[in-house]
Design a protein around this ligand. Structure first.
Ligand SMILES: [Zn+2]
Ligand SMILES: [Zn+2]
Length: 431
């Protein structure tokens, strides 16, 4: 933590300086990906001591990434639309929506982001359990997954895993309520379900809110510190998968796996070691109060990406970090994209190839899962399968990535397929 303090002091002293040559290159690479080559920017950058780009050219723009946020689709308070609006207001250019165990909020976020020229990284925060031989060392672990714009390949497998966890959450919430009732703190299931909202798997936070509303505790913090903490008197586990399993699945489906908030773990070093063996890509080490040296060192020891985000829920109150408040240095963002982009590229290729092999409505639905309106309507209607591929590539990949013979072959295969306004395939012969 010592170096973080030093950094803060320096920062307070002001003093913006020119980027180093490496930072300038990194900034260009990051910006190219953010804008997908649609905007050419000036070449004069300012940077603060942390290597975070503060302004760009004369426009005074920033590239702020927010890599950890929650919406109403899990235990956040804002709809994806409101979340995106707020992120935009805070200068966020790239937002990862990482709801707990669901990706259902992504389409709405993508749609909202379109209005602000923002980019959404389809994400999810997966509830898992780390279960070593010693049962005392068992603990819950949250794994963040970041996918490319087209989402996971083999989406069904990811969806199945998430569905199982969500189902487990219903049972778990019911079990927590049972325990509270036994502790003479009466709480009704309907109350918790109403707070969670329709179709939302209830979590600990929803139980805590119901406890506050029922007057059993003064605030959320008290609900957690007295009853709901890990291993607490009203705590219950659901049917979470093993952390290693989740990491492997994320890897196999074209995602980047990142260990969330390691500072909340009892045995971060052991867990990082095991998850690295399973294929973990990175871990959170940045918070709004800076980079945490202990975890940064741990990430270095295992060659992991160092990332972080605000974990914004929209709860309000002073203790919550604001959306976009975690400063990620430009070199960090570059490293992240260097690892992620080839993996995301493979997923795009995989999904488009499957569609070219079999241009069915279900394969089309996979392509348009997260950006239906954007892809199908766009600026002009699509006339054939080739247009669809061009549209997707322009939304998902940089100019350079698009220049690939693979995609030419896919387009050729799809020249005989036409797509209706409603998003179904129509063979051209029958028109
Ligand atoms: Zn978490
Ligand atoms: Zn979170």
């Amino acid at each position: 933590m010592v170096d973080d303090k030093k950094r803060k002091k320096k920062k307070r002293g002001g003093g913006k300086k020119k980027m180093t040559a490496e930072q300038v290159l990194a900034f260009k690479a990051v910006n190219e990906w953010v804008c997908l080559g649609q905007q050419q920017q000036g070449s004069s950058f300012l940077v603060d001591d942390f290597g975070v780009q503060k302004s760009l050219g004369r426009g005074g723009e920033k590239v702020v990434f927010e890599l950890h946020s929650h919406s109403k689709f899990s235990d956040g308070f804002l709809s994806p639309t409101k979340l995106v609006e707020r992120a935009h207001g805070n200068g966020v250019k790239v937002l990862a929506l990482t709801d707990h165990d669901t990706m259902s909020g992504i389409p709405e976020a993508v749609e909202a982001a379109r209005r602000f020229g923002m980019k959404i990284i389809p994400g999810v925060e997966i509830s898992t359990i780390f279960s070593p031989k010693n049962p005392d060392a068992e603990e819950p672990v949250h794994i963040l997954a970041y996918y490319g714009s087209c989402g996971p390949k083999r989406f069904e497998e990811v969806d199945k895993l998430l569905e199982n966890i969500r189902e487990g959450r219903y049972l778990r919430a019911k079990d927590m309520i049972l325990k509270l009732n036994k502790l003479k703190l009466p709480l009704k299931w309907e109350h918790v379900a109403r707070i969670a909202g329709k179709g939302v798997a209830p979590g600990r936070l929803h139980v805590a809110r119901a406890m506050v509303e029922a007057g059993h505790v003064e605030n959320l913090k008290q609900a957690f510190s007295r009853y709901l903490y890990d291993g607490g008197p009203a705590y219950s586990t659901g049917s979470e998968p093993l952390a290693e399993e989740a990491v492997k699945l994320i890897r196999e489906t074209g995602g980047i796996s990142v260990l969330a908030h390691p500072w909340a773990l009892k045995n971060p070093a052991t867990i990082v070691k095991h998850l690295k063996e399973a294929g973990l890509h990175g871990m959170e080490v940045y918070r709004s109060d800076g980079r945490l040296a202990v975890y940064s060192d741990l990430a270095d020891a295992y060659g992991l990406l160092k990332l972080g985000g605000s974990d914004y829920h929209g709860r309000g109150g002073n203790s919550e970090s604001e959306l976009g408040s975690v400063n990620l240095p430009v070199l960090t963002l570059r490293d992240f994209l260097n690892v992620a982009r080839p993996i995301w590229f493979d997923a795009v290729r995989d999904i488009l190839e499957s569609y070219a092999e079999e241009p069915s409505d279900s394969n089309l639905a996979i392509i348009t899962r997260f950006g239906r309106t954007r892809i199908l309507k766009g600026n002009s209607p699509l006339s054939c399968g080739k247009d669809l591929i061009d549209r997707c590539l322009s939304l998902w990949l940089t100019n350079e990535e698009r220049q690939n013979d693979l995609f030419e072959a896919i387009k050729l295969k799809l020249s005989h397929v036409s797509i209706s306004q409603g998003g179904t395939n129509v063979p051209i012969e029958t028109q």
